[in-house]
Design a protein around this ligand. Structure first.
Ligand code: R2B
Ligand code: URA
Length: 292
């Protein structure tokens, strides 16, 4: 256990998950090998169903059921895969990262890898291209997550598990997928240099475009809102972590996401497929080689 303070707590309440350490978490989660996280609680249910058909894990007749409380997130377990939603932004995903990694620890599950499957805006890529993060930068284009704690700015390095990222990229199907840096911001609008928020932005369109172009020159290929918190937390916790994002818009061409709901479903399904194919490759026994 990374935090020795936890040894002094008789029952640890994983408050947002609606689970606690007095439960038999080993029986419930001891076999977990992957935690797959997504912002939306609707999309994670759909993903959990896809995991079940991909891995051939049966789900009950009444449909797949969430575990714990569903006020703040939805958590499903499909064989050795936890599928869980995390909401939007660093504050939300961090809460779940703390509670999920304690859950994994209390369950005595070993070699668990975390994968965030997200949506994002692209830089210089055709919408629909999947980006597998090879590194994560913050809004200052530094590989750092910044957080205020006890009145001070705390700075943590971000870290991606490159072999995991490369393994994921090799699982791509019949769609475009690239490795690239991901820019994680604290806002969808002004934090990502958009001109179309509710307020007059404190920068010009030219300044915004220059920043996006600079980010692109440094290797940034997509922008979203959780990668810095996710990649720094997993690095601190020594968890192998990767981020796979669908892209809905090329931000070098504009701000408004005008892709249709059908296109967004299709583009998201590419990111899902890439991860599902990696899960199949990693978790299913090798197919028997037939004797010809
Ligand atoms: C991507 O999409 C959401 C904002 O629309 C946010 O959670 C993110 O990282
Ligand atoms: N999510 C983001 O955070 N930004 C985008 O441009 C699209 C999706």
């Amino acid at each position: 256990m990374k935090n020795p303070n936890l040894n002094n707590i008789e029952i640890d309440h994983l408050y947002h998950l609606g689970l606690d350490s007095s439960q038999d978490l080993n029986a419930m989660f001891g076999d977990v090998k992957f935690v797959c996280m997504m912002g939306s609680s609707l999309r994670i249910k759909d993903f959990a169903e896809k995991v079940s058909s991909s891995l051939g894990v049966e789900i009950p007749e009444e449909g797949i059921q969430p575990i714990g409380k569903t006020e703040r997130c939805s958590l499903y377990k499909v064989g050795p895969v936890i599928c869980v939603s995390h909401g939007m932004g660093a504050p939300s995903i961090l809460i779940f990262l703390h509670e999920l990694s304690k859950l994994i620890e209390y369950a005595r599950a070993s070699d668990v890898r975390f994968i965030r499957i997200g949506t994002s805006g692209a830089l210089g890529l055709t919408p629909g291209t999947v980006v597998v993060s090879e590194g994560v930068l913050n809004g200052k284009l530094e590989p750092i997550f910044e957080q205020i704690g006890l009145g001070k700015t705390l700075r943590y390095e971000t870290g991606i598990h490159l072999p995991l990222a490369e393994g994921l990229l090799q699982s791509r199907g019949d769609f475009e997928a690239v490795l690239g840096l991901t820019l994680g911001t604290d806002d969808f609008y002004e934090g990502q240099g958009r001109m179309d928020g509710a307020l007059l932005p404190p920068y010009s369109e030219e300044e915004s475009m220059n920043f996006l172009k600079l980010a692109h020159e440094k290797g940034v290929r997509n922008i979203e809102m959780e990668s810095t918190a996710f990649a720094s937390f997993c690095r601190r916790a020594n968890i192998s972590a990767a981020i796979v994002c669908a892209t809905f818009i090329n931000r070098l061409n504009g701000d408004q996401v005008t892709t249709t709901a059908e296109e967004q479903m299709k583009f998201s399904s590419y990111a899902d497929e890439l991860v599902l194919s990696y899960l199949r490759r990693t978790l299913l026994p090798l197919p028997l080689i037939s004797n010809l």
